[in-house]
Design a protein around this ligand. Structure first.
Ligand code: HEM
Length: 458
């Protein structure tokens, strides 16, 4: 995209020896480049995914740069570059610094001091719906928050309305507040962030209640030893902290809130797109119901067990990928790849995996939704299952940093789709325009999408 006419492009050869004009043109050229970068970076906020895809196609396999408000993002697609990112020292290319930039945890997470470098000691539904119309994205957010709440914190605290509402609201408040903080000058951004989040009420409540719960569990563990151990994610985090790293309650709470944020946000969008794909391609409903009619509970956590559902959800993750970039790292110091490609301190290096998954050279007829493409003789080079991370399947990251929540995320997606297919007949109500909006590199489902839901009989 070229936003401004650049006279230098047309007349530079005529003016090379006239110094005053040359000087003026050089100044204009600098001004032009600065303005174009600024305009492109603002354009990126609302069209990031399209912009990445446009430049990806133009780059034809070469590294390319995407200006964003704040940081420069450099994109690479070659297996060699991706492998070098994977091998780079964690104190040089950091995922944690990326997450910190996204979340602004010092402000949005009750003063939690998130480290730039990943610590070596790091951590290891259903309301009856009868003939009703529901806002799809909202439904999925609540559904995932409820399910996650039980899995993360156990049933007792999850049934507490104040706790649940805070846990549900916190990721949304934090995302909004973090954007204000990233985009606006300090004084005004904090004020606005406080207004929209009611002075960070959800974060404060969640922080306080989790602190109490963790303190209680630590005390119980001390007193009762191994006797009454709850079986949930929070307890698992408590139990897997290496003995020599004595975490404060505050540190536990910060880590748990970080994982909570990531898990609710990603999974709600993935579930929304899976349901959208299912009800915009109703031809898959009967074959999937047929497969599910014979499914056992353990099949939902076993890659090969439900091949049709696994393939359908993989295709949804591929073509409805909600994040344009993966393998994102912030350079804590300048970093040079073996071929001389250099990124400066503070820049981000990313892999535009959504565009790669929409490229005919990686997937046959890549822009067509083919729910059974990933079956053995289907149209994909991937030889594994939805949950397996590989260089042909980058949705979970690669190498040393792959999503540890992928087993849970995949099983949850399968269970939710199975519940809808077996329990309900649904229809997506007509909507105007596209089904998504873009914010930076993320593609978010629109709030106006509505699903007519009827309980199945017989
Ligand atoms: C469909 C849903 C999800 C997707 C697509 C997804 C994707 C990813 C990706 C791509 C990364 C690596 C980031 C990078 O290298 O740039 C990652 C990291 C991570 N994910 Fe997920 N994720 C999902 C759900 C979850 C859930 C449900 C949890 C928790 C229960 C979770 C926990 C994490 C954690 C803790 C990390 C950081 C790992 C580390 O620092 O080594 N994710 N995820």
């Amino acid at each position: 995209m070229s936003f401004l006419p650049n006279p230098l492009n047309q007349s530079s050869h005529q003016t090379q020896e006239q110094n005053p004009i040359l000087d003026c043109l050089e100044i204009w050229n600098l001004f032009y480049k600065y303005s174009e970068r600024k305009i492109r970076s603002i354009y990126y906020l609302l069209n990031g995914a399209d912009e990445i895809h446009r430049v990806y196609l133009k780059a034809n396999g070469s590294p390319f740069e995407i200006p964003t408000p704040g940081r420069r993002h450099l994109m690479v697609t070659s297996p060699k570059h991706i492998e070098e990112i994977n091998r780079a020292p964690l104190d040089l290319l950091s995922l944690h610094a990326v997450a910190k930039d996204f979340l602004q945890p010092k402000d949005t997470m009750h003063g939690f001091e998130w480290k730039d470098i990943r610590g070596v000691e790091g951590t290891g539904f259903v309301r009856a719906l009868r003939g009703t119309v529901v806002p799809l994205y909202e439904l999925c957010k609540r559904l995932v928050a409820r399910l996650n709440c039980h899995v993360f914190f156990g049933s007792k605290i999850s049934e507490d309305i104040e706790f649940f509402e805070a846990a549900y609201q916190f990721p949304q408040d934090s995302a909004l507040a973090a954007e204000f903080i990233r985009l606006l000058p300090k004084g005004i951004s904090r004020l606005l962030a406080c207004c929209v989040t009611k002075n960070f009420k959800a974060a404060a409540t969640l922080h306080h209640r989790l602190g109490q719960e963790i303190e209680r569990r630590l005390e119980a563990k001390e007193k009762e030893g191994e006797k009454s151990i709850p079986n949930d994610c929070l307890q698992w985090i408590i139990d897997t902290v290496p003995k020599k790293a004595a975490w404060s309650v505050n540190r536990f709470v910060g880590e748990v809130m970080g994982i909570w944020y990531g898990s609710v946000h990603t999974l709600s969008i993935a579930v929304t797109y899976a349901l959208l794909d299912l009800y915009t391609h109703p031809e898959y409903i009967e074959p999937l119901r047929e497969e599910l009619s014979k499914a056992k509970t353990e099949d939902f956590n076993n890659g090969p067990a439900l091949p049709l559902l696994d393939s359908f959800l993989s295709e949804s993750a591929r073509l409805s990928a909600f994040e344009s970039t993966g393998v994102r790292r912030q350079a804590l110091n300048s970093f040079t790849f073996r071929d001389g490609l250099r990124i400066n301190r503070g820049d981000w290096i990313c892999v535009p995996h959504r565009s790669m998954m929409r490229d005919n050279s990686n997937f046959i007829d890549a822009l067509t939704f083919d729910g059974f493409r990933f079956l053995k003789n289907g149209r994909s080079a991937r030889d594994s299952h939805m949950v397996d991370a590989s260089d042909k399947w980058l949705i979970w990251g690669i190498g040393r940093i792959t999503c540890p929540g992928r087993f849970y995320a995949t099983a949850t997606l399968k269970l939710v789709i199975a519940r809808f297919l077996k329990g309900y007949d649904c229809e997506l109500l007509p909507f105007k325009g596209g089904r998504s909006m873009q914010w930076r590199s993320t593609i978010v489902p629109k709030r106006g999408l509505r699903l007519a839901v009827r309980r199945r009989t017989g």
